[in-house]
Structure formats: C-alpha cells, structure tokens
Design a protein around this ligand. Structure first.
Ligand code: ADP
Ligand code: MG
Length: 591
C-alpha cells in the first residue's frame, strides 16, 4: 500500500484513518467514512481502485467536481474516465464498451436508471463502488439530491462488491440515513474529529461593511479566497464595488448562465482570478486546496452550512482564515421570512437552527468548542489559540445593569413591542407614538441615555443569543421575556457583553511565512509552477501543492533521489519535473 501511495500519489505516509479504510476495502468490507474536509477522503478510494483488479465506479454529484478529480488523476498517469450529461451517446458508449481499460470511472447519480449503463456494469468486472459527498443521500443533509435515493441499487444488484460512502458531514442523523439508504449491513464506520485546526475562526459584528471587507482583503493580498453573501443582488453589488476598487474578482450565483458560472469556476480553480464573491450556490464543486480565506458578509442560516462553507478554506492543511461579519439584521431577516414555510415542524426546526447560529455569533467562549459541541463532539482544550475569543481580541464588559434595564423595559411594555420601540423608550425618545401611548411615564423611560442606539441594539441581541430575550417570527417581530429572564431581573445573575468593535491581530499570513522559511526560493518555485501549469492548461496545484513547494524550499533537494523524498512528489511527476525544479533550486543551493 505504501508503495502505491508514493509511486502514484507522491505521498510519504498515510493521513489518519486512510490506511484502515483502504485495507478494509481491499478485504471487501463496506465503509462509511465521516471525515472533515481536507482530510484526504479521495485517496481512501483512489488507492484501492488502483490496487484492485477491476474498475471502480465513483458516484459524484457535480460535473466540475468529477472533471477536477479526473484531471488530477490523469496528471499521475492513472487510467480514468468520466461519463456525464454533456457527452453524446457515442462517447458514452465507447467508454462503456471498454470499461476494463479504466481503473476509475466517475459518473453522476442520474446514470443509475439508464439501461445501457446498468447492462455494461453487469458485464464488467467492478471492484468497488464509491458514493462521494454521500450526505446528498439524506433529506437531513443540506444538499439532498433525489437521484441519490436510487443508490440502494448498488447493494441489490452487486451484493459482493464493496461500497464506500464518504462525506464531510458530522451529523449522526445524516450518517444513519446514508447507511439505511445504501442498504449497508456489516460496514466499518469511521468518524474522526471534525476540528479543522488550521482554520482561524473569527466572527465579528458587521459595523461598517465596506471598510471591514477592504481591511480584511488587505491582509490577504495575493491569496486565493471566497466571499459569501446571502443574495444574488448582494453578490452583484459587492462584485461591482470590489472590481471598482481594482480587485480582480469573479462572481458566482444561480442567476448567471451555465457558461458564466463555468467560467467563474475555472478562472478561480486555475488561479487566473484569486477572489470570488458568491452565494451559497458556489459550493460542492470546489476542491481547490489552497483557498486561504473564506469571508462571510452575512450570517449563514445554520451551523452546518457555516461549517461546510468555511471548510473550503485550507484543505491543504496550511493556516487559513475565516471571518464572518454578522448583524442582528441577518437574524431579523431570516425570521421575517419564516412564515413562508407552511409546515410547522420545518419552521420550528429551521428557527432553532437559526437561533443556534446566532448564539454562536454572540458567544464569548471558544468558537471551536462551541461548533464541535454542536456536532456532539467535545473539544479537549480550554483554549484553542486560534479563534477570536481565545486569542483575546475581544473586550468584555460587565452588562448586568444594562441587561436589567433592558429586560425591565420589555416587561413594562408588556412584551408588546419590537426592538426599535424598546430602544426608543430606553433612550427617552420624544417620538409621537411613544408620548401618545404615555410610555414617557414608565420607570424605564430614558434610563439608558449614555448608550448609543447601535450599542443598545448590540446588547439586546446579545441578550437574545444568550437566551434572556426572544424575538417572535413574522412581519413585526416582538421582544419577549423568557423563563430565564427572571435570573437577571430578580436573582442577581451577572452577565458579560462583548464590546462591539474588535481589534484583530493579523496572524495567518505570518504563520504561513514562518513555515515557508525562505520566501525568495518559494516565490521562485511558485512562478515556475505557474508557468508549467499554464503551458499544460491545468490548475497550478495539480503540478505541485503549496505544501510540496514549501518542503522543496526548505529541503533544497540536489538529486532526483532527494527530489523523490519530498512529500507530494510521485514517480510520474518526478520523471516530468525533477530536472527543471532541481535546476531552479540549484541556483540557491550554493548560497
Ligand atoms: P476531502 O475529500 O477529504 O476534503 P481531499 O481528498 O480533497 O480531501 O484531499 C485534500 C488534500 O489532501 C488534497 O490536496 C490531497 O492531495 C491531500 N492528501 C490526501 N492524502 C494525503 C496524504 N496521505 N499525504 C499528504 N497529502 C494528502
Ligand atoms: Mg472530497
């Protein structure tokens, strides 16, 4: 196994769980692997595919994902093909007639009812079935695909061929659904920690959007990154704003034509354009390993979606930064549209998830610990050293008195008013409707005049996320007390608020540069890689990963043997690139 690993993929050792998964598949056992993004799930089936005698069928949800994987495998001289809806009948047929020529065949799930396809599989020697992005099977997942439901076909028709299902989903329900839908019985279940230690996680309040975005981008100059916004309109606006500021930036949302979307994707994967602003539609197809940051301009709807999206950063394991800018308005907006969902159960479930997401935003404890506990995992350390709350960039203030005043005001107003009205009363507003209702007579009128309107908003939303206040759904959301409000109002419970504006330390870029050691050599090799990639029309990371270049620039190999020692250099790539890279490195070796 190790020999194949080095020869075909260039890796010097297995990542955690890879070896166990590969050997179980080789022994004919089914496997369900729940491993976070970037943990190397593809290798878990690509390696057995090479070692087993027949053909491995990989079911994958998007064409771009398939094409990228196929291109990557071809770079290592592995015989691989793909069948998808963009191909004509003759091309598909010629692959099906010659299945034995391929070690791997990538197909979309739609293939499965197609008769000529089924017939060809029955005649061929199939070693292994792979269900990639297997969460698509589950209605509990966030990207359910109807066609994935047909995959019980695999076990029914090929009871002796092993099946592996892989996904970066961490939820139990989805995992159980995968097993049930695929009709697996005696499978090996692998579930690793979902911590992504290389991601710096920051969640800040959105105070001055454009400045915050520009400041952030300044610290990631020249790096590849994704900016998520909540709507198509906002995508267009931000794209225009940043393009005017001189950024070379692509955009992606479901309102663009298929061709426009494809272009944006390709430009981004190939490093022609480093930045992309997108809606949630830009998702599963992105296997780019060197995405250095993910910036959210809106709060996602739930923690699953958020974690999936930030997971697209740093697949290569190098330090990467995730910043979310959220605002209470995001919450209010989601709640306002809740009434669109007719089914009560769905609405309750979605509301609960939105509340959990919002409460993560306002939380003052370790982000990692909070996120992992959401996925039923306990983070072992008390300080992760890699999120805003642990790196102590957040100033906390005692908010007990303010909280008491706000809650009393809600109480005095008989829980009949919304956020802005409560603030009006607290600030002693002379607005007509406040005076008309006689609310200037309340004991809580004019009692927080030292605070600004926006600070009060911030405090009220902190109380909501801590569970001391509640917002109703619908067009006119009201503020309500909760069963725990009494703790602050009567039982002397203390509460801390996070200060609204946050100073952040710049970190990830420095961290990467420390790893690189000699920046000059690294940059030289990077340029060389880009030239080679352009000449071959492939993304630079398919020539060598950043990690591999970093290792080259610190080890400075002199011979082909040295070169082969580098993690990420396999036989095929050594044959092809050793000479030109060694030559470039030799210029530094004497220094
Ligand atoms: P996942 O599908 O789990 O998100 P991928 O299969 O896309 O992850 O792999 C993520 C990255 O890790 C890829 O760039 C891949 O080449 C690299 N990788 C996989 N296995 C190893 C290994 N054993 N050693 C070093 N790098 C690896
Ligand atoms: Mg994958």
């Amino acid at each position: 196994m190790e020999k194949y690993l080095k020869e075909y993929f260039g890796f010097n050792s297995f990542r955690p769980y890879q070896k166990e998964i590969v050997s179980n598949l080789m022994a004919g056992r089914d496997v369900v692997a729940l491993l976070p993004t970037g943990s190397g799930k593809s290798l878990c089936y690509q390696l057995p595919a090479l070692m087993l005698p027949g053909t491995t069928i990989v079911i994958s949800p998007t064409i771009s994902l398939m094409q990228d994987q196929v291109a990557g495998l071809q770079k290592n001289n592995i015989r691989v093909a793909t069948i998808n809806s963009s191909m004509d009948y003759a091309a598909i047929n010629s692959i099906l007639q010659n299945l034995a020529d391929y070690k791997l065949l990538y197909v979309a799930p739609e293939r499965f009812p197609a008769e000529n396809f089924m017939a060809a599989l029955k005649l061929a020697n199939i070693s292994l079935f792979v269900v990639d992005e297997a969460h698509c099977i589950s209605e509990w997942g966030h990207s359910f695909r109807e066609e994935y439901r047909k995959l019980s076909y695999l076990k029914e028709n090929f009871p002796t061929v092993p099946v592996i299902a892989v996904t970066a989903t961490a939820t139990q329900k989805v995992a159980q659904d995968i097993v049930a839908q695929l009709h697996l019985k005696d499978h090996l279940l692998i579930r690793s920690s979902f911590d992504r230690a290389n991601l710096t996680i920051r969640i800040h309040e959105r105070v001055d959007k454009n400045t915050q975005v520009l400041d952030f981008l300044k610290t990631h100059d020249g790096e590849s990154g994704i900016i998520y916004v909540s709507t198509r309109k906002k995508t267009d606006e931000l794209h225009e704003f940043l393009a005017k500021k001189g950024f070379n930036i692509a955009k992606y949302h479901a309102g663009l034509s298929a061709q426009e979307r494809k272009n944006a994707h390709t430009q981004f994967i190939n490093d022609n354009i480093k930045l992309i602003v997108a809606t949630i539609a830009f998702g599963m197809g992105i296997d780019k390993p060197d995405v250095r940051f993910v910036l959210h301009l809106n709060m996602p709807r739930n923690i699953e979606q958020y974690y999936q999206e930030i997971g697209r950063a740093g697949r290569d394991g190098l330090p990467s930064e995730c910043l979310m800018l959220y605002s209470p308005e995001d919450l209010v907006l989601y709640k306002r549209f809740m009434n669109d969902y007719e089914e009560q159960a769905v609405r309750l479930q979605m509301t609960r998830k939105i509340d959990q997401m919002f409460s993560l935003c306002n939380s003052i404890v370790c982000r990692r610990a909070e996120i992992l506990s959401y996925f039923d995992e306990t983070y072992p350390a008390s300080n992760c050293q890699n999120c805003d709350n642990c790196m102590d960039e957040v100033e906390k203030v005692d908010g007990t008195i303010i909280a008491q005043k706000i809650l009393s005001c809600v109480f005095r107003l008989r829980q009949q008013f919304g956020l802005n009205y409560v603030i009006d009363v607290l600030l002693g507003s002379k607005k007509q409707d406040v005076l008309y209702r006689g609310h200037d007579q309340l004991s809580t009128y004019n009692i927080l005049t030292e605070e600004s309107r926006s600070d009060l908003k911030h405090y009220i939303f902190s109380l909501i996320s801590a569970g001391y206040l509640e917002v109703t759904e619908g067009e006119y959301p009201l503020l309500l007390l909760t069963p725990t409000s009494v703790k602050i109002l009567q039982e002397g419970q203390q509460i801390q608020f996070k200060k609204k504006t946050i100073r952040k330390k710049l970190k990830t870029k420095e961290a990467t540069q420390k790893l690189i050691g000699n920046l000059e050599i690294f940059e030289t090799l990077r340029k060389l890689r880009l030239e080679l990639a352009r000449a071959e029309s492939v993304p630079p990371f398919m020539v060598f990963s950043d990690k591999t270049l970093i290792e080259m620039s610190s080890h400075l190999p002199r011979t082909v043997e040295d070169f082969l020692e580098i993690n990420g250099v396999g036989q095929v790539k050594a044959n092809k690139y050793a000479k030109i890279f060694l030559e470039s490195i030799s210029k530094f070796n004497g220094k």
